[in-house]
Design a protein around this ligand. Structure first.
Ligand code: EPU
Length: 414
């Protein structure tokens, strides 16, 4: 599937954000901790989430969806995650901690996901070992067994997924656990809140040190998936690309401060409790130096958006340092050059000098990179074709249709 984009159409109006993929995946992983019903509202209907629901279903859970509300209940009938589904998404790894907590065993094929770097799992596994779990690597993936026992564990890096898995493992562990250097991304905080609403005992929600006192069992809950901060940033970038005037609603501005700081210095940006209005008259000179890091610093998932914005900025030079995923710079730099962009990459640093872009055929290599290419195509002179948009559909609800609703000339062709 491809997108055909005719650049230069000014975006105007209002567009609403939906629930965050990475929040939904973590919350879905946690549903394994109870047989009771967990209801997730605002759960986005996107490919990665549907695959996670398929995985839960294949392992025995009863799953129903009605519009954006998903209900999950029942017991796992197997702790062997089927590789035909688990390898489709990285998020499948998020059942590791909860399955161990509740069933004390899991076989998990090595998870898939975007080709954005080597993505090791050592922090997850060392953390589980600290809780007394035995981890072994088999031909087909990982075998983990044991009853989690409270422990103190310091992550060598504030990994989102490892924090999420360990929180779930500790929630039903015997005794108290103290996790330090935890990730504090809004999606992690949402998981902590869901766990508390299921009966978990957690202190330090939202901070880097979290104490979890294991309980014997958890119960059902009703919970709202938080607004997708990356989709919010994507919509805002689309407005910048087209010198538009748009209000992005149903979002949580406080979850994307680092990105908003970048925009606020350059554009007329009004921030409300759950909306952002941005009005763009002209492209800025540059975006300075942008370095990705764990929350609340600049997110890696918004890096490709900035690379595109910088590529069509007004002649100045932007430097991007990508500190998390090693492949994220090079792919998009190569594609943007096909549109005439002036981008060079050396190690973890991209240097981009803004210039006029021209429509071209470019290929999405991963979800966020693909979204970045759409942003560049919205600005470029003439027609672009963004290929392999299957990657984009893993994390966005009908990006073409949503951007069209505020005036973009973009359509998906199969
Ligand atoms: N890392 C390790 N060892 C580990 C775990 C992580 O070395 O055991 C490294 C990674 O290689 C990476 C860094 O630590 O360099 C951060 O990885 P993290 O574990 O925080 O990322 P993740 O949990 O695999 C989630 C999101 C990603 C997002 C990152 C960073 C989900 C399902 N995925 O991944 O989202 O980029 O956090 O914020 O929550 C996306 O949505 O497109 C996406 C890739």
């Amino acid at each position: 599937m491809d997108y055909i984009v005719n650049g230069g159409q000014r975006l105007k109006g209002e567009i609403a954000v939906y629930g965050a993929k990475n929040c939904a995946l973590a919350l879905l992983g946690a549903t394994v901790l109870t047989n009771e019903t967990v209801v997730l509202r605002n759960c986005p209907d996107i490919v990665d989430v549907e695959n996670m629901l398929r995985l839960l279903r294949a392992m025995g859970k009863t799953v129903t969806r009605r519009f954006d509300t998903v209900e999950i209940s029942g017991e796992l009938t197997t702790t062997d995650a089927p590789s035909s589904i688990a390898t489709l998404l990285r998020g499948s790894a998020l059942i590791l901690g909860s399955a161990l907590a509740k069933y004390h065993t899991i076989n998990l094929p090595l998870p898939g996901g975007c080709a954005i770097g080597s993505r090791p799992m050592d922090i997850h596994l060392k953390g589980l070992e600290a809780l007394g779990i035995t981890v072994s690597q088999t031909d087909s993936g990982l075998r983990c067994q044991g009853i989690p026992k409270g422990a103190t564990y310091s992550m060598r890096f504030a990994s989102v997924g490892a924090t999420e898995n360990l929180l779930c493992a500790c929630a039903l562990a015997k005794g108290e656990s103290i996790l330090t250097n935890c990730a504090t991304e809004p999606e992690v905080v949402a998981l902590e809140q869901l766990l508390v609403s299921m009966g978990a005992q957690i202190d330090g929600i939202g901070s880097t040190t979290v104490t979890v006192r294991g309980v014997n069992e958890l119960h059902g809950a009703v919970f709202d998936v938080i607004a997708d901060r990356i989709v919010t940033a994507t919509y805002l970038s689309a407005v910048v690309a087209t010198c538009g005037d748009v209000t992005v609603t149903n979002c949580k501005p406080s979850h994307l401060q680092a990105f908003l700081d970048l925009l606020r210095q350059r554009f007329d940006t009004k921030i409300y409790c759950d909306a952002i209005r941005i009005k763009v008259d002209k492209q800025p000179n540059d975006y300075g130096i942008v370095t990705t890091a764990p929350y609340p610093k600049f997110p890696t998932d918004m890096q490709s958006l900035v690379m595109s914005l910088a590529a069509f900025s007004y002649g100045g030079t932007t430097v991007i340092q990508e500190k998390l995923f090693e492949n994220r710079l090079q792919h998009n730099a190569n594609e943007l050059r096909k549109m005439g962009a002036n981008v060079t990459v050396s190690g973890d640093t991209a240097t981009i000098t803004g210039k006029t872009l021209t429509g071209a055929t470019v290929q999405s290599h991963d979800l966020r990179g693909g979204a970045g290419l759409v942003i560049a195509a919205l600005n470029a002179r003439g027609r672009s074709r963004v290929t392999n948009v299957e990657h984009i559909n893993r994390g966005y609800i009908d990006l073409a249709k949503n951007l069209s609703s505020i005036g973009a000339d973009i359509q998906q062709i199969n």
